[in-house]
Design a protein around this ligand. Structure first.
Ligand code: DC
Length: 213
C-alpha cells in the first residue's frame, strides 16, 4: 500500500446503505487520512430541528449556522425520523452552502476521505480519487435492516426498503446538489461484495490512481 501524498482527497459518493461509509472508514485507515462522514452533518442539523420541535426550512438554516463538532458525536443520529428529516434539510440550498465550508475546511490541513452525495461533484470536484459506490435496492435494504435490528430498532424489511427508495429518489431529483456520479468517478457496485472485497477493489483503484498522479 503506497503512502498518500500530502492533502490527498478521496471523494466517495453513492446512495444510502451502499457500503460507502464502511469503505470510506477503511480507506482512511489504510491511507492514513482523516475521515468525515458528511451525512452526519445533515443528520446533526436534522436532529436539532426535530429536538426544537421544528419542521420547516427556516429552522434548518438556523440550526446549520450554529452546528459544531460535538453535534456529530451524538448517538441518536441514525434513527428513522432523522433519516427522513436529514433528507429534507439536505434539499435546502442555504443549508448546503453553510455545510460546504465545514467540509472543505476539514480536508484543508492534511487531506481527507469524505463520503456523501456530492463530494466528487460539488465539495471537491478536483479530488484526484473519486468513487461512486452503488448496490441494488434489495441488497441495500437488507443491509440497513440488519443494522437497524442490531441496534434494537424494530422495523420490517419492506418498510426499510420503501424508506430507502423514497430517500434515494429525493436525493437524486432535488435541485440543490443532487446525488449523481461525477463524470470522472470510478464506479463500484458492491451488490455481490462483502466489506473486505469492496475495500480491496477500492484500494486497488486508489493505488492505481496515485501511481498516475
Ligand atoms: O449518508 P446518510 O444517509 O447519512 O445521509 C443523510 C442524508 O443527508 C441523506 O438523505 C442525503 C444527505 N446528504 C447529502 O445530501 N449530501 C451529503 N454530502 C451527505 C448526505
Amino acid at each position: 500500500m503506497r503512502s498518500a501524498p500530502q492533502k490527498l482527497v478521496i471523494a466517495i459518493d453513492g446512495p444510502a446503505a451502499s457500503g460507502k461509509g464502511t469503505l470510506a472508514r477503511r480507506l482512511a485507515g489504510a491511507f492514513n487520512l482523516p475521515y468525515l462522514d458528511t451525512g452526519l452533518l445533515y443528520r446533526a442539523v436534522a436532529r436539532r430541528v426535530l429536538d426544537a420541535g421544528g419542521t420547516a426550512a427556516q429552522d434548518a438554516i438556523a440550526q446549520a449556522q450554529s452546528l459544531n463538532r460535538v453535534d456529530l458525536t451524538r448517538t441518536d443520529l441514525r434513527t428513522p425520523d432523522v433519516d427522513r428529516m436529514a433528507s429534507a434539510v439536505a434539499s435546502i440550498a442555504e443549508v448546503r452552502a453553510i455545510l460546504l465550508d465545514f467540509q472543505r475546511d476539514f480536508a484543508t490541513a492534511s487531506g481527507a476521505v469524505l463520503d456523501g452525495r456530492d463530494i466528487g461533484t460539488i465539495v471537491f470536484p478536483g479530488a484526484p480519487v473519486k468513487l461512486y459506490v452503488t448496490a441494488s435496492l434489495d441488497v441495500r435494504a437488507a443491509r440497513r435492516h440488519a443494522e437497524r435490528a442490531a441496534s434494537g430498532i424494530d422495523t420490517t424489511l419492506a418498510a426499510v426498503r420503501d424508506d430507502l427508495a423514497a430517500r434515494d429518489e429525493a436525493d437524486r431529483t432535488r435541485a440543490a446538489a443532487p446525488l449523481k456520479p461525477a463524470p470522472d468517478a470510478h464506479r463500484l457496485d458492491t451488490s455481490a461484495m462483502d466489506a473486505d472485497h469492496a475495500f480491496e477493489a477500492a484500494a486497488a483503484i486508489v493505488n492505481r490512481t496515485l501511481a498516475h498522479l
